[in-house]
Design a protein around this ligand. Structure first.
Ligand SMILES: Nc1ncnc2c1ncn2[C@@H]1O[C@H](COP(=O)(O)OP(=O)(O)OP(=O)(O)O)[C@@H](O)[C@H]1O
Length: 316
């Protein structure tokens, strides 16, 4: 649904994007995770060409945007919704007026506009605030208005620029739940940028980890978590640096088998648990355990764990 390749963008001497490839599949929620200055906002702005990349190609919903002139680009952008960290609402307009704005620009007639606005406000759960002004709303309500406005043109794609960074944890949870619902109900593809692992953990299907204008690792979260050496796994489960020979075991899904006690019973090994954590990631339970094994049958014990589908990494 979104395909970007070879994106480069510099501001004077500052390289914001240093050869970025991105592939967001239809119907997924894709998170770009990175610290401040990583290049996330620049990447997002290059996806809808608010910013023109110095080099590279961007294709959204089958249309190559990088070849379009300004007029065609404006039309193409109507199919790409965007929401912002600080909401970017028009303070002089009511909630309904804010959501109506893009429809006015598109030339939608008055009665059709009113019906569509009502439908959108209902969809995001603020139908009762239609006549309020942005200044009378909480942060979460403002973001709901931003989402309704972004959906006005029936976009195939929603870009979310740190959409929950200005919100408290409870409100963040409810806005993320709304995005997840819109993704499921409308089949909306969502590309979000965030510096919060929590956002990625709770709603994303896929992720790209970004630093210094480059993507360090990307792919479906489930795949990354079960890939040895994954940065995502290391960031999600910050365990101390392993000593040589320490074993890190990653498992997804509920731990149905008591593998560690089986291990000790079946093999001549001692298991010392050094650390571990269990997290809910993208609706799945994922765990990481750091152990040291000691005993004559350590190698056979590790093979046994691998046979049971666990990801086993032994520190060099
Ligand atoms: N319009 C601009 N003019 C000059 N430099 C810019 C501009 N936009 C971004 N940069 C620089 O490009 C680099 C990447 O910035 P970008 O905003 O994309 O990062 P980010 O990961 O989104 O960080 P943040 O979360 O702080 O916005 C930074 O060094 C930034 O200072």
């Amino acid at each position: 649904m979104i395909q970007a390749s070879g994106l480069r963008k510099s501001y004077g001497g500052i390289v914001a994007l240093d050869g970025v490839d991105l592939h967001v599949r239809q119907g997924e929620i894709f998170g770009v995770l990175g610290q401040s200055g990583a290049g996330k906002s620049t990447l997002l702005r290059c996806v809808n060409l608010l910013e023109r990349p110095d080099q590279g190609v961007v294709t959204v919903a089958g249309q190559e945007l990088t070849t379009l002139g300004e007029r065609d680009l404006r039309a193409a952008r109507q199919r790409i919704g965007m929401i912002h960290q600080h909401f970017a609402l028009l303070s002089s307009r009511t909630v309904a007026g804010n959501v109506a704005f893009p429809l006015e620009v598109m030339g939608v007639g008055r009665s059709e506009r009113a019906a569509r606005v009502a439908e959108l406000l209902d969809l995001v759960g603020i139908a009762d605030k239609a006549d309020a002004r942005p200044g009378q709303l909480s942060g979460g309500q403002k973001q709901r208005v931003g989402i309704a406005r972004a959906l006005a043109g029936n976009p195939a794609v929603l870009l979310a620029d740190e959409a929950t960074s200005a919100l408290d944890p409870g409100t963040t949870t409810s806005i993320l739940a709304l995005l997840k619902r819109l993704n499921a109900e409308l089949g909306l593809t969502i590309l979000l940028i965030t510096h919060e692992m929590n956002v990625v953990k709770s709603v994303c299907d896929s992720v790209a980890i970004m630093a210094g204008g480059r993507i360090l690792e990307s792919g479906p979260i489930r795949e990354l978590l079960t890939t040895p050496g994954s940065r995502l796994a290391a960031e999600l489960f910050p365990l101390p640096a392993p000593a040589p020979g320490d074993v890190t075991i990653t498992f997804t899904g509920a731990a149905e088998e008591p593998v560690i006690s089986q291990l000790v019973r079946k093999f001549d090994v001692d298991v010392n648990i050094l650390g571990g954590a269990l997290e809910d990631v993208a609706g799945d339970s994922v765990g990481r355990l750091r152990v040291s094994l000691d005993g004559a049958e350590s190698a056979a014990a590790l093979a046994y764990l691998r046979e049971r589908g666990l990801i086993v990494e032994v520190a060099a």
